[in-house]
Ligand binder design. Sequence first.
Ligand code: NAD
Length: 286
Amino acid sequence: MFPLQRVVVVGLGLIGGSFAKELKTQHLCVEVVGCSRSQTTRDKALELGLIDTAEGNLEAAVKGADLVLLAAPIGATEALLRKMAPALNGRTIVTDAGSVKGNVIAAAKTVFGEVPPWLIPGHPIAGSERSGVGAAKLDLYRDHRVILTPAPGADQTALETVTRIWQCMGAEVVTMDAEYHDAVLAATSHLPHLLAFSLVDTLSKEGENQQIFRYAAGGFRDFTRIASSDPTMWHDIFIANQQAILAAVDQFQQGLQRFRQAVEDQDSKAMLGAMTRAKVARDHFT
Ligand code: NAD
């Protein structure tokens, strides 16, 4: 199976750049093509040795490729698929790294009328609040999970190729239904990011030019690190996974309201019950 001939990475930021770097370091393909709209990003990716060839034109980049990874913000998925479509020959495997999967499936149905068998939607559960080509690094995916959400008609060779490529990068690959993926990630990733953005925004407005942050300690730093994440990427996630995120926010609001009530009532039993349950659950999570 490996090395593949030509693998194209579309979007050379933290996720795409790290994927490209692994491809090259592990010789998983003969040629790594990096596709980005920005000349500066293309030059930087070449300079950092992340890719062999840089291409600004998406259609030209994907022509004859064995595999394409889409690693741009998810709001761009439909436009990228549309632009690539004329160059796809049915043998090129297309996968993606987007944090929401329902929108990739919807985009594919809009562009191709179905989820093509060669499209294997995916999501590496790895990353950080850093972004851009300079953030790319080796081992980003090692010991992390990658979730693939293949459609029922997915080509088995395509699924196996995408699975093996992530495994070569040290990841554990699991497959699941796209709707379940989006509900789980809404609760475990999208809600915490929304809370962190909202908390820091609220406090910075009220804190007169962030003066209060001078008095913040480690807990605040830990809780809000993810508020430094890229706003464009997260905007796209909040748009693409709207329903599941609203459900997670509503559920959280009920828990918050119960906690607020316990504080107002000085209800020690309720407060200690909630915190003990949370501590036990968190202590089991590594
Ligand atoms: P990033 O901002 O570091 O990189 C995105 C890259 O895409 C940049 O090079 C940018 O110039 C390019 N880009 C932006 N708009 C584009 C467009 N319309 N067409 C083509 N390229 C475009 O972001 P990232 O963290 O690498 O995230 C990329 C994808 O991976 C997103 O879909 C995100 O949901 C997903 N993801 C991110 C993380 C994370 O923690 N950062 C984790 C898992 C998955």
